[in-house]
Design a protein around this ligand. Structure first.
Ligand code: HEM
Ligand SMILES: *[C@@H]1O[C@H](CO)[C@@H](O)[C@H](O)[C@H]1NC(C)=O
Ligand SMILES: *[C@@H]1O[C@H](CO)[C@@H](O)[C@H](O)[C@H]1NC(C)=O
Length: 552
């Protein structure tokens, strides 16, 4: 083939054009950062050197949320700052202040970042509540809201007690064996059982056996590519694992679909035997209540359309519900199990706190030998009378924050610092906006001595153990493990009730001590903790929190 001069010019100019394009883009990206609060910014490398510094400072598997506080302190930055990892990562706006955080989650609620959206769509399906936006999100949220209301959840407390009792048996066996085990592992099995029962009304019984839904789901999480800011290596895993993820996804959807069908059949049978409206509403799983709402809507609209859904579950609802069930399993088990594991860890580190928890439980539930499980089953409201234990859980969520929100900026939404010139606005457009709850939780203005574990700081002033710390300064939105605004955690009531029940029934009997292998790399400790957060779906304790349990 003869190459003409014309073609030759095209071939030769292509690389030149590419270089030109890249240079223009680089210039644009770096220029976008001008005048914005940020750490020292290299004209060519942007913040890539800072990314490298973070990666070198922290253990390689540390959750990137720990970088925020580190950068903020190292460069003496303010309430928010911008970071530029282009072209190896994205450009971010990091928010480390509750008021500014509220500007993008409450005042305006920015849409979720595509960084997370892509991950969640693969993991959970593209109808998952976490990633949906606009009217589609609103519909699902309102359908599932009633099931997660605390009044309704309180009717399900006896099932949480059942799971907690099995958990106690498991701990007792571990204590007898005296072996090192991963706390996160057994706590996950526990929280999966609770989620299965509460949301889907299935007995997964995964504390005692392998359930196919749980097995398939955990395989899926393990296969998911992990991406961190300024670290594109996860992309590779994404393509390699794609066929397996697809195959696993089909299986998982089928298993959950079948469980849904069973719940539906059971519900229809119950319906026939039940009479009063009152008993119908009682002891309903979250999905059961959602079905009520959905069918009500169908009934209302079928008056116009004349369609009927007598035969089985409505297929549109069913396919939606499958993605929501995956979402609840995903969002509801990891976060809660990590919290339970970290509470056990912290109680051992703080025997004085542990003693106060025991004292409160003795007082409210009677001696531990008096069958407190039955007592809670009969008088569920008792678990709302444990303010100190509740404060322990809050303080654990403050120090070890399992989740946070990453949004995507919008040209119509800017932020302002109310303490400075309010006319000075800063853009969100074309930035990923990360509200770093982990960093907000470490601000000494709101949480004096922020790295210390002090549950007392969350108590009401009239509590006998009320703290010497200045409450007045505590911002009502400074503690935000569940985020704020319309996209806050739908499961937050459950996430507070569930650990309370479980811990109330176990911490008097057991003491858990973390046992990590010998420290080889001095970086493998963050803020004095070997069980620092690693990124695995949510932020989870390193190594699954290995340790030993003893009977107290
Ligand atoms: C300690 C436990 C938990 C923590 C720390 C936590 C934290 C959060 C956070 C920070 C968000 C916002 C995420 C974002 O904006 O991307 C969220 C959303 C959500 N959480 Fe939780 N969560 C917990 C437990 C639960 C439980 C038990 C469920 C129950 C199924 C649940 C279900 C959800 C759902 C469905 C959303 C999305 C809500 C929406 O977008 O409207 N979470 N959670
Ligand atoms: C509701 O009660 C029935 C019968 O007592 C039980 O089989 C079912 O598992 C319960 N469902 C939930 C979600 O608690
Ligand atoms: C903590 O919050 C205060 C009040 O908003 C702020 O002035 C201060 O800079 C914050 N501290 C850090 C370390 O960011």
């Amino acid at each position: 083939m003869k190459v003409s001069t014309g073609n030759l010019i095209v071939y030769l100019s292509l690389p030149v054009l590419l270089v030109l394009y890249f240079a223009t883009r680089l210039f644009e990206m770096r220029r976008k950062m001008r005048g914005l609060p940020k750490p020292p910014h290299h004209p060519i490398l942007g913040h890539l050197l800072i990314a490298r510094d973070c990666v070198n400072t922290f253990p390689p598997d540390a959750h990137a949320q720990v970088f925020g506080d580190y950068i903020r302190r190292k460069y003496n930055l303010g309430k928010f700052f911008y970071l530029d990892f282009w072209p190896f990562g994205d450009q971010f706006l990091y928010i480390a202040d509750p008021d500014i955080a509220n500007q993008v989650t409450v005042g305006s609620s920015l849409r979720k970042s595509p960084l997370l959206g892509a991950y969640l769509d693969i993991l959970l399906g593209n109808q998952n509540m976490l990633g949906l936006e606009g009217a589609a999100w609103k519909l699902v949220r309102s359908m599932f809201n009633p099931g997660f209301a605390s009044g309704h959840l309180m009717t399900l407390v006896p099932y949480i007690v059942d799971a907690a009792v099995v958990f106690g048996d498991v701990l007792r066996e571990k204590a007898e064996a005296g072996e090192v085990f991963e706390m996160e592992e057994i706590a996950t099995r526990l929280t999966v059982d609770v989620i299965g029962k509460v949301t889907l009304d299935v007995d997964l019984n995964s504390q005692r056996s392998e359930h196919r839904i749980v097995t398939a789901f955990r395989k899926r999480v393990a296969m998911m590519p992990v991406t961190r800011p300024a670290d594109p290596s996860g992309l590779l895993t994404k393509y390699i694992n794609a066929p397996w993820l697809w195959y696993n996804g089909r299986k998982l959807d089928r298993y959950i679909g079948e469980a849904l069908d069973q719940t539906y059949a059971k519900r229809s049978a119950d319906e026939k035997s039940r009479t009063s409206e009152d008993s119908k509403k009682k002891n309903r799983s979250v999905i059961g209540l959602a079905l009520d709402t959905y069918e009500q809507e169908i009934q209302d609209s079928s008056k116009n359309h004349g369609s009927s859904t007598k035969e089985g579950m409505d297929p549109a609802f069913r396919s939606h519900a499958v993605d929501q069930m995956k979402t609840f399993i995903f969002a509801g088990h990891d976060t809660t199990s990590s919290t339970i594991a970290w509470v056990f860890y912290l109680l051992h580190q703080h025997p004085d706190v542990h003693a106060k928890v025991v004292e409160e439980l003795d007082h409210v539930l009677g001696p531990k030998t008096s069958n407190p499980a039955d007592k809670i089953r009969a008088e569920t409201y008792l678990i709302n009378r444990l303010p100190y234990l509740n404060a322990v859980i809050k303080e654990t969520l403050r120090l070890f924050t399992p989740a946070s929100t990453i949004r995507y900026g919008d040209p119509t939404v800017t932020i302002t610092d109310p303490d400075h010139d309010p006319s000075q606005t800063y853009p969100t457009a074309n930035f990923h906006v990360w509200v770093i709850a982990h960093a907000i939780h470490r601000n000494e203005t709101y949480f004096p001595n922020p790295r210390a574990f002090i549950p007392e700081r969350h108590l009401d002033d009239h509590h006998p153990s009320a703290t010497p710390f200045p409450h007045a300064k505590q911002h009502k939105d400074a503690l935000r493990p569940f985020e704020r605004g319309p996209r806050n955690c739908i499961g937050q009531e459950l996430a507070m009730i569930e650990p309370r029940v479980i811990l109330a029934l176990t911490v008097r009997e057991f003491d858990f001590e973390a046992v990590y292998p010998e420290l080889k790399d001095p970086r493998e400790v963050i803020e004095g903790h070997r069980c620092y957060p690693v990124l695995k779906g949510s932020a989870k304790p390193k190594g699954g929190l290995p340790g030993r349990v003893t009977v107290r």
